[in-house]
Write a protein that binds this ligand. Structure first.
Ligand SMILES: C[S@@+](CC[C@H](N)C(=O)[O-])C[C@H]1O[C@@H](n2cnc3c(N)ncnc32)[C@H](O)[C@@H]1O
Length: 229
């Protein structure tokens, strides 16, 4: 398996064009080849540092077991972030369009103590949100999905995220704010993120994280966005 810190900074692989409908095959092939250097094998340290306190302060963790908050993790890969969030007590669904990512995420989840109600994984293209998932979530967690899609698709991404959320739902994202050309991972910056989110979301906060690994240091911002009802 490639080194995580090296691979995330790698230029476009020839075998993958994110603007083509066959993009899921390109990503799936990466899982097949174990060419998944972005995979930290653990939850994002940035999210692990930020989320517990944020969720506590904003009352995401205080609901009853029969009516817990619901979170979606988009482009969830093998589901390390999703498992982390589910363990915090939030009913979590991880979405990815690569079938192998979903298969492996389910296998890893099966080894956790979590039930299917607490954590499940579904194969879905985030640009084609199935009706059953529309308006279902209090929270979306974004980590290395926004940077994986073609920048031209970002307005559609924002529409999809809005469609997954309940009115005034929250998106917490780790945004990869590098300024190297090309991608994936495609870089971004505060202005570009704000521009693309502002038609459908209000920004609540934006901060550089101190918890990035190795070469991501200085290039990861946590953004919190509230859906405009
Ligand atoms: C760089 S990987 C990150 C995976 C995971 N978040 C992690 O950090 O390990 C990007 C993930 O997004 C998924 N993805 C890309 N475009 C997608 C789309 N349109 N719909 C659903 N998943 C997508 C890929 O299959 C891949 O698993």
């Amino acid at each position: 398996m490639a080194n995580a810190t090296q691979d995330l900074n790698r230029p476009n692989p020839d075998d993958f064009n994110p603007s083509e409908p066959a993009a899921s095959q390109g990503w799936n092939q990466r899982y097949k080849d174990q060419d998944t250097g972005w995979d930290l094998g653990q939850p994002s340290p940035v999210l692990a540092a930020f989320l517990p306190e944020y969720l506590k302060q904003h009352n995401f963790l205080v609901r009853s077991p029969n009516a817990s908050s619901k979170a979606a993790v988009v482009g969830c890969g093998r589901g390390h972030d999703a498992r982390f969030i589910a363990k915090l007590g939030i009913e979590t669904v991880g979405f990815d369009f690569a079938p192998l990512a979903i298969k492996e995420a389910r296998e890893l989840a099966a080894r956790s103590q979590l039930t299917e109600k607490q954590l499940r994984f579904e194969q879905m293209d985030i640009f084609a949100v199935a009706p059953q998932w529309q308006g279902q979530f209090d929270l979306i967690i974004e980590h290395t999905c926004f940077c994986a899609i073609n920048p031209e698709q970002r307005p559609d991404y924002v529409e999809s995220m809005r469609s997954l959320l309940k009115p005034e739902g929250i998106l917490v994202g780790v945004f990869f704010t590098h300024n190297r050309p090309g991608g994936p991972p495609f870089g971004t910056n505060e202005t570009a993120v704000l521009d693309v989110f502002s038609p459908r979301f209000k920004r609540e906060s934006w901060q550089l994280s101190d918890h990035s690994i190795g070469r991501r240091k200085g290039d990861e911002h946590v953004g919190v966005f509230r859906a405009i009802a």
